[in-house]
Design a binder for this molecule. Sequence first.
Ligand code: PAF
Length: 288
Amino acid sequence: MGSIPPKLISKIAELREAVAALRRQGKTIGFVPTMGALHEGHLSLVRQAAGECGATVVSIYVNPTQFGPNEDFSKYPRALDDDLALLAGCGTAIVFTPTDATMYRPGHATWVVPGDVAEPLEGQCRPDHFRGVATIVLKLLNLVQPDAAYFGQKDFQQSLVIRRMAADLNVPVEIRVCPTVREPDGLAMSSRNRYLSPDVRRRATMLWRSLELARHRVDSGLRDAAEIVSRMRAMIDTLPGARIDYVVLVDPDTLRPVERVERPTLAALAVRIENTRLIDNCILEPRG
Ligand code: PAF
């Protein structure tokens, strides 16, 4: 059976009309916002949305306002034809691909400024990143008005920021966070993995191995957070060309540092390997 190509829409009025038509057919709407360069991680979100909702809308938009002045906005991978082919196989109804002028009309001056959960970790390393993310996600949610929106756990802090934004601003949407999808050697899938040379790509698996190390230490009874972090850092420091932005054990609801791993704890890290910045995380679950 051939796959049905999604409807490709770039104008707001057309998007609203297409979503309204799906609603008239009695369909619930699942929404997956993306910046394109899709990989299996995105497709797992699309499949989850398709399994739980009557119709799925995917947006592909590289949002300039979430990139800092020295970040990779201009070289962020763009692969629309490949993305559309991948989405056709996942039962997507609509792909929304707005331009910058559509998303930020001249004189745009209103921003969503997220609170405390946006401040540590990525917020320290990428000032204004979450202001850009929260603003574009709210705009997209206002345009699509989905029943549920799907995000990946790899961007754990982003999903917390969005959950808080939706709750604080009474956005009528269920925020669903789905597990990180990994390559067979453990590397978290990311559009930015395309930047990695084969050699750096091989070295990058060390990030996952450091999270596994933390997990094993917790499984074998170690509870001291500073000790676990120091072992993770020591492992990452053996990587030639690696620079650690952060390696932390924090409370998964508040992102505040913990001293002991006595309940589910987020281990999160951001590391630059040569010119590429990678993030990853896992939840440590102490037993007994
Ligand atoms: O996670 C992403 O790809 C982006 O931050 C998002 C949520 C699509 C907003 O631009």
